[in-house]
Ligand binder design. Structure first.
Ligand code: FDA
Length: 313
């Protein structure tokens, strides 16, 4: 019940510049952020990538940032990714033996919400990154943000897939539209997650209905011809994915699990030991605020830890 009040409040704070100023000023915040974020620089991201790859897990790297308000910020974000791809090409050869290393992009970090031509700016910036990723032997997956962006995001992905068919995208099971999107896109590389934003009941399932929708979407993706990427820490969803993959005649090589850096590390290793593919979502950079607040909203235990740290600082 407490989480029912806190979760919307934290997700609202995730979008508030005032809350951002207050929370990033608390000294104790940083130590908790370090649990979820793999450093700030390209060398930090590369070092963390090497660590993950050495444990038999795969990696998808996110340069933190979202909701840019001018084109220069969007260009700066493109440059961060280009720098990262440059550094990754040196290590992706070995990792690509089974599955390539991947970058995850948020189109709002590439200019999607700019007032006049945001859609076009984000499309061209994403195209630049798809081209560079292809040259570096890396995969690209486009993250899903709040529901007001879904149409624009899926249309940018569709356009880019004409040139880059391996481009992946994220679908959020909590959105009522997603079962139909899964059916339409089940030929492709799709990361299915529950969804991390605060969404109204008019567009999104709430509570237990999200898990039911997740399983329905999984069934559609597993029965398709594409490559499902099962992004969840939830044991019930992991069990459902394993069961549905088997029923659809897939081996453990025909789909993968994905979890966030710093969350359920032991479970990640167990899945690898059980012959599953597991990819770690590795965020880095100094724009960690929105990402961090969504993680707090997901898990009251993280919030309690945070509040204790704040009280002690
Ligand atoms: P949920 O948070 O509902 O937890 C269910 C159960 O899982 C818990 O009851 C517990 O048993 C277990 N569990 C969860 N966390 C645990 C922990 N720390 N320790 C122990 N047990 C734990 N969202 C989005 O909107 N757009 C996106 O692009 C992405 N991308 C993305 C990529 C990847 C790789 C992941 C893993 C997730 C995302 N997400 C996302 C976030 C996603 O939508 C969702 O908010 C979180 O993954 C939390 O949902 P879960 O499915 O993990 O379970």
């Amino acid at each position: 019940p407490l989480a029912g009040v806190l979760r919307p409040a934290l997700l609202a704070a995730a979008r508030s510049p005032k809350a951002e100023r207050a929370i990033t000023r608390v000294p104790a915040t940083k130590s908790l952020v370090d649990r979820f974020v793999a450093g700030t620089s390209t060398p930090d991201a590369v070092a963390a990538t090497r660590d993950v790859l050495s444990t038999g897990r795969f990696v998808t790297i996110d340069h933190l940032g979202e909701d840019v308000t001018d084109a220069q910020q969007a260009t700066a974000n493109v440059e961060h990714y280009l720098d990262l791809l440059d550094a990754l090409s040196a290590i992706s050869d070995a990792a690509a033996v089974t599955r390539p290393t991947e970058i995850s992009l948020k189109l709002s970090a590439l200019g999607q919400s700019l007032p006049r031509d945001g859609h076009k700016v984000a499309l061209e910036n994403a195209r630049t990154l798809c081209t560079a990723a292809e040259a570096a032997g890396a995969w690209v997956t486009v993250d899903a943000e709040d529901h007001t962006t879904t149409d624009s995001t899926l249309s940018i992905v569709a356009e880019l897939r004409e040139d880059f068919p391996s481009l992946g995208t994220v679908l959020q099971a909590y959105l009522k539209r997603t079962e139909a999107d899964c059916a339409e896109l089940s030929w492709s590389r799709i990361r299915l997650c529950k969804g991390a934003y605060r969404e109204p009941a008019s567009v999104a399932h709430q509570g237990a209905a999200v898990d039911e929708a997740y399983v329905r979407c999984l069934r559609v993706l597993m029965n398709g011809t594409g490559y499902p990427m099962v992004a969840t820490h939830d044991p019930a969803m992991i069990a459902a994915a394993t069961r549905l993959a088997l029923a659809a005649g897939r081996t453990t090589r025909d789909f993968e699990f994905q979890m966030l850096h710093g969350i359920r590390d032991a479970e990640q290793r167990t899945l690898v030991a059980d012959n599953h593919r597991l990819r770690v979502y590795l965020p880095y950079g100094d724009q960690w605020y929105g990402y961090f607040m969504r993680r707090l909203a997901e898990r009251p235990a993280n919030l309690a830890f945070f509040l204790r740290a704040v009280a002690g600082s």
